[in-house]
Design a protein around this ligand. Sequence first.
Ligand code: AMP
Ligand code: MN
Ligand code: MN
Ligand code: MN
Length: 283
Amino acid sequence: MPILNADLHCHSVVSDGTLTPEALAARAAANGVELWALTDHDEIGGQQRAMAAAHAHGMKYLTGTEISVTFASETVHIVGLGFDAEDPRMHEGLQATRGGRGARAQEMSAQLEKVGIRGAYEGALKYVGNPELISRTHFARFLVETGVCKDTSEVFRRYLTDGKPGFVPHRWASLKDAVRWISEAGGAAVIAHPARYRFTATEEYALFTEFKAHGGRGVEVVTGSHTAAEAMRYADTAREFGLAASRGSDFHSPDESHTDLGQLPFLPGELTPVWELLADRIR
Ligand code: AMP
Ligand code: MN
Ligand code: MN
Ligand code: MN
């Protein structure tokens, strides 16, 4: 297959992005994306709109989501691609995964109150497009709006992360369940942005080994959250574990994202692009 501009990771207002699925599709097409997937956190409510908009702009489409998983006491993200978006077990699994977000958000707000930041829950809600999907990103936007921090990266340095005010530990889906929901719905499970996890070498090895054993098929090598060196490193990991490689910007917002849709280096040669495994799932 010739080199393809595939962008298989981004977020809309259905989770913690600021653009609609239609606006994202228009932006992706304008940036030269040929194969696109919308991968909202723990949600597939935007899939029909995204696919219709992709087709209206002449792009091919793969269904997508990004499932929150707890592995070795850390949050890991598993991207699902090319699954049947009508699959009932996928729907149930994602709904259960989203389930605890409301109470978690209330607790985050209570913690922020203790360090003098009032009304964070209500403030974050103003940015929420989907009431079932209140995320740390929405709190981050409120903390920027109120001048507590100058941008969202400062928020995640000072708040909302382990050991900082506003962090509430949460138990997400298991790795096994997330990979199974995706695979049994005909899709491919992909480890998202592996360089972002704070794992020891042993824990990372366990993640890849267990992911593979559960039927996981790919790893993001080129992503908006990897440096060139990290991409090289995970190209090696993909080869070592016999995983296909994915490419995605993880675009959230024109104001917040450093990497725009489709504006990424191509995958290193010799790797199998994950979309080759999903040729019969591309619409
Ligand atoms: P949640 O699923 O509510 O825990 O929120 C996770 C989201 O927060 C991620 O998908 C990112 O959009 C955002 N996020 C987490 N860490 C950072 C960071 N260091 N910089 C910017 N955004 C971050
Ligand atoms: Mn996000
Ligand atoms: Mn992620
Ligand atoms: Mn993401």
